[in-house]
Ligand binder design. Sequence first.
Ligand code: ADP
Ligand code: MG
Length: 261
Amino acid sequence: YEVATLKQANNQSLLKNVKNIIAVSSGKGGVGKSSTAVNLALALAKEGGKVGLLDADIYGPSIPTMLGTKNEQPLSPDNKHMSPIMAHGLATSSIGYLVAQDGAMVWRGPMASKALLQILQDTLWPELDYMVIDMPPGTGDIQLTLAQNIPVTASVIVTTPQDIALVDARKGLTMFKQVNIPTLGVIENMSYHICENCGHHEAIFGEGGARQLAEQYHTQLLGQIPLHRSLRQDLDNGTPTVINQPDSEFTRYYCEIADSV
Ligand code: ADP
Ligand code: MG
């Protein structure tokens, strides 16, 4: 019952300002979903789009850290809704803005799903060409609730080339298929390591896995992002690579992915 009501609210009002909703997903945590979501959103904005970023990782919100907004709190013009927090040109919302930094989320699935839909619903999103959603890891309750209640245009799946990540990425692909959300393709993160001293490339998580996965599921390999210390540092500093190294090869990779989205 709740789900149906929320669904109506969604379809009628909530996201009417948003043209395209892209869910950045993965079966597994720690593969670089948030890193990819942030840099992809910034790449879409760099190409002239109006872009929003929703941090849907209710148990481990990392967008506020990655965008350098973790000390900001959203304003509420009417005590009912909250304004998105603007960062590097993105309109953002996250549960991370509403809880103490060490406040661990102990909610069960249905509560977490509800909290998430509420954040989405209560944020005063401006007109957006794209909303990028940084999904929580896994293919459980929250993912399904989101997929069923938000008019998601398409998903992209992030994985590393490691077998253990690919297995989980497969589950993600299957889930989106089951809820009839098209998958634009697979992004291979930590594709190979680039040594920052000598530039040497090393395939530490294996090779070719994401391409095979994409072929198997009749979808595209959208891009391969290397593992590089500066990518991590940029995120830790709150100035993601697309902002901090706008002319780098990394930014070019993210922009190429944005082009195919
Ligand atoms: P997820 O959202 O899937 O859990 P994150 O995006 O938080 O994963 O990435 C996990 C950690 O790895 C983060 O600390 C991030 O800075 C780092 N990281 C992700 N991708 C890269 C990369 N390509 N190169 C270097 N560090 C990366
Ligand atoms: Mg994350």
